[in-house]
Design a binder for this molecule. Structure first.
Ligand SMILES: [Zn+2]
Length: 406
């Protein structure tokens, strides 16, 4: 059993670093607020009996030794926030992991595997638009040229690292050599668990987004002088395409497709829209199915264009591969959840997490905690203490059960 009061105290205290008068938290990487937040994490880790170090990219690592020659289990998340972020996104995962270690100490339980608890650097990518920095470095997939990403002031990640005393040329030293398994507890940031009326869930995989930009070209003409049957209205065509995007995504259970951005030219009251550009974000935890959905959408866009006499072009922006959670780890998390008398619910993560970067290195597992109204990246982000405590208990139980299998 974990100590609920201590966990609650830690969540409250950490939330004060970067707290704004509006109730939101600004705790961005490479800022004073983050430095103080990290000092607080270091103190919590030390109280939990962990040996603390900072690696080349600025990840905070708390370690417990295990039996000689065994690979470590890593439990991680992050404490940086988006602008006006909430108390739970990332922070709960780090504090829950520390609470698990503290409870092991309280109960005199010794694991056979070494344990590394990590608070990852810059997961959100708020400042540089480049997220998952710390977990990429630890997984050994961060490239030195990626440190050239710049913020609005033209300052690069590399410059920011140097400013806080880190050595960018040493990022390769942050790479872990061997990992037995990776675990992460995180708030769901959606409504699946709330709709199922359960406090925790088992993540089956993390869906990476496929981003495209669609440009539809018609003909700009006078809105009064052009009869309806002979128009080539780019916005009407785009509208039909967008409605069809929704219908295509609805056919697939775990898929989501979103058009979130739209530009209309010339954007005048009395002009038929001649050109429309819209964004497309498609996600499915199954990479093949995601590609299939994108193909289906592309064919639909072509068909609508022909029917309406407009031209359209689809440009690839980026595609991030989806990753699967390890089946054995999912089964262990399920056992832990059932042992708490909770109905086990499996769900997909539509948002990216540090865990993504470990899926190709070792078995990866994630535990989601119910989010009130599915809200996150907002001061209203909330998970009840009952839910946080039960999820942390599930993490504790999962770790013990996992260690016995290694
Ligand atoms: Zn997060």
């Amino acid at each position: 059993m974990i100590n609920r009061e201590r966990l609650e105290k830690h969540i409250e205290e950490l939330s004060q670093f970067g707290m704004q008068s509006s109730g939101g938290i600004n705790r961005f990487s490479f800022t004073e607020e983050e430095v103080r937040g990290n000092e607080y994490i270091q103190q919590c880790m030390e109280e939990a009996g962990l040996t603390v170090s900072f690696d080349a990219v600025g990840n905070v690592i708390g370690e417990l030794p295990g039996n000689e020659g065994k690979a470590p289990i890593i439990i991680g998340s992050h404490i940086d926030t988006v602008p006006h972020g909430g108390k739970f996104d990332g922070a709960l995962g780090v504090l829950a992991a520390i609470e698990v270690a503290h409870s092991l100490k309280d109960q005199g339980v010794q694991l056979t595997s070494p344990l590394k608890i990590v608070s990852f650097k810059d997961e959100e990518g708020t400042r540089f638009g480049f997220g998952l920095l710390g977990s990429r470095a630890m997984a050994g997939i961060l490239k030195e040229e990626e440190l050239e990403w710049k913020d609005d002031q033209g300052i690069s990640i590399k410059d920011a690292m140097i400013e806080v005393g880190l050595e960018p040329e040493k990022i390769n030293e942050a790479k872990v050599k061997q990992v037995a398994a990776y675990l992460e507890l995180h708030i769901e940031q959606g409504k699946v668990l709330e709709n199922e009326d359960v406090p925790v869930g088992i993540v089956t995989g993390i869906a990476g987004p496929s981003w495209k930009e669609v440009t539809v070209k018609g003909l700009s003409e006078h809105a009064g002088a052009t009869p309806m049957p002979i128009r080539q209205d780019a916005l009407v065509a785009a509208s039909e395409m967008i409605l069809n995007v929704e219908q295509i995504a609805l056919k697939y259970k775990d898929a989501v497709a979103t058009v979130g951005k739209l530009t209309v030219k010339p954007n005048g009251v009395n002009v038929i829209p001649g050109e429309v550009t819209f964004s497309l974000d498609v996600r499915d935890v199954d990479n093949e199915r995601c590609a299939k959905i994108v193909t289906e959408i592309s064919e639909m866009i072509q068909a609508v264009s022909e029917k309406r006499g407009v031209q359209s072009e689809i440009t690839e922006l980026q595609t991030v591969s989806s990753v699967q959670a390890d089946a054995k780890l999912q089964a262990i998390i399920k056992e832990a959840i059932v042992s708490k008398g909770v109905k086990p619910i499996s769900l997909v993560s539509g948002a990216g997490h540090d865990a993504m970067n470990f899926a190709s290195l070792c078995p990866m597992g994630m535990i989601f905690v119910r989010s009130k109204d599915g809200i996150s990246h907002n001061p209203l982000e909330f998970s009840s203490m009952d839910d946080c405590a039960i999820a942390t208990d599930v993490l504790y139980d999962t770790l013990i059960r996992l260690d016995q299998t290694l």
